[in-house]
Design a binder for this molecule. Sequence first.
Ligand code: AP5
Length: 211
Amino acid sequence: MKLIIVGAPGAGKGTQAAILADTLKVPTISTGAVLRKEIADGTEFGKTADSYIKAGNLVPDEFMVELMKDRLSRDDCQNGFILDGFPRTVKQAEALDEMGVVIDKVLDIEVADEKIVMRLSGRRECSSCRATYHTSYNPPKQADICDKCGADLTVREDDKPETIQNRLNVYHESTEPLIDFYRKKGLLVVAQGQEEVTETTKEVFRVLGIE
Ligand code: AP5
């Protein structure tokens, strides 16, 4: 399965990608996670990406396309993958086509803007293994400690209220046109995001035809 997941910031792409990757036994490539690692490692690429991410803006297409060309050529991607966060503009989608990558399905997770703010302001991320939690909807067993690896949970830099609104604006302007792009290609399936993670997973599996 070569799957792209699209949806607003906080729609649950990363949460569902992790569950799908376990079920489908393919790697997830989360461009947000890749970029945050580059920043943490202090690479030149990370330095370029940092200011865009902190402001809630998109990293320029040419950087992202180069990054993904390299990532998708690696051995672990040859039997399928889940793309979480790429493509994010029609230009990136066209570049993916030009790379000769044939996508099976594009999953759009739909969540209303009002809910996004609540989700992102309560999100906590593991400082080590990057597992994602929510203070109310998906809390860790022990407050601020990762269930999986025991490291501290942190708040993402771009989950500050003023940045969340800009990310939503950028999503509607630059990423939403992808939905029509993939609908016209006959690849789009839409899942309505639910109040509970497990309910959203049921909906995602249903629209993707996974038993
Ligand atoms: P990225 O990390 O991809 O951020 P995003 O798209 O804004 O998405 P998020 O990771 O914030 O949300 P999500 O949909 O994965 O939701 P999650 O599962 O965590 O990108 C960050 C930045 O990198 C971008 O702003 C940009 O600058 C740059 N970038 C990345 N890719 C790029 C590209 N291709 N081109 C250019 N720039 C790029 O869930 C959110 C919260 O809700 C969690 O707390 C979770 O526990 C909770 N939750 C999830 N599902 C449910 C549910 N059903 N009910 C209740 N709570 C739920």
